[in-house]
Design a protein around this ligand. Structure first.
Ligand SMILES: [Zn+2]
Length: 240
């Protein structure tokens, strides 16, 4: 089973729209982990897009934010009340947070990154929150200095394959860390970002396009995370 997720990471509306339009054009489903209030996201097709949340707890760890964990989550839930899934920005997690996510009504979490790992099976945590790991992320691929011509994932292999992308890297077609470092200061300036878009080497946008054409060629499908949950979560495996 294959799933594509997107961590919004406070991207500008035009940058988000660019990515969503791509999924619409391809008629491919994906799950958006939302960081902030976005009209583009709020009005997107729920047939194609599942909305989950992507809270940032880093400020709390730095002692910089007066908001509590609950306030951070409640604010996101007020914009995206349908969210059943959660992935923290920077993948922040511990037992306290995972228990809190479960108490706030989330049924799955996606904080576990196992780069390029095969044979992934999602599973229940101690508190019945369902853990859905992911095996590929756009920025880690350039961190490892891997080429975007090869995602290094066998999409026909056994187990679950969850891919994670960011709108900023799709928009920039980021091919290496340097592409992003140059563009970072214009994070919310879509016109400037467009000028900085990489077209000389294979990048994140090319990788996503290739992934989707490969999925279609093999007559496979990309599922929403809630569909992954429904497929793998078995009541009998729930811890009692
Ligand atoms: Zn993030």
């Amino acid at each position: 089973m294959i799933a594509i997720t997107v961590d919004i990471d406070w991207a500008a509306e035009e940058v988000i729209q660019d990515m969503l339009q791509f999924f619409e054009k391809e008629q491919v489903k994906c799950t958006l982990f939302c960081t902030h209030e976005s009209e583009v996201i709020k009005s997107c097709s729920r047939d194609l897009f599942e909305l989950a949340i992507h809270p940032n707890f880093n400020f709390l760890l730095n002692g910089e934010n007066s908001k509590s964990i609950e306030q951070i989550i409640d604010e996101l839930k007020s914009w995206y009340p349908e969210a059943k899934g959660i992935r923290s920005h920077s993948l922040t997690q511990n037992t306290f947070l995972l228990d809190f996510f479960q108490k706030k009504g989330f049924i799955y979490e996606a904080n576990h990154f196992l780069p390029y790992r095969k044979n992934i099976q999602p599973f229940y945590l101690w508190n019945s929150l369902f853990r859905i790991p992911f095996v590929w992320e756009d920025d880690f691929h350039f961190m490892y200095d891997h080429s975007y011509n090869d995602l290094r994932i066998d999409i026909e292999g056994t187990g679950l394959k969850v891919f994670n992308f960011h709108p900023i890297h799709f928009f920039l077609n980021t091919s290496c860390e340097d592409d992003y470092v140059k563009a970072k200061k214009y994070y919310h300036d879509a016109a400037k970002l467009r000028q900085l878009r990489n077209s000389s080497r294979a990048g994140v946008s090319d990788a996503l396009k290739n992934l989707i054409s490969q999925i279609k060629r093999l007559e496979m499908e990309s599922y929403k995370m809630i569909e992954v949950y429904n497929h793998y979560a078995n009541e009998e495996d729930k811890p009692s």
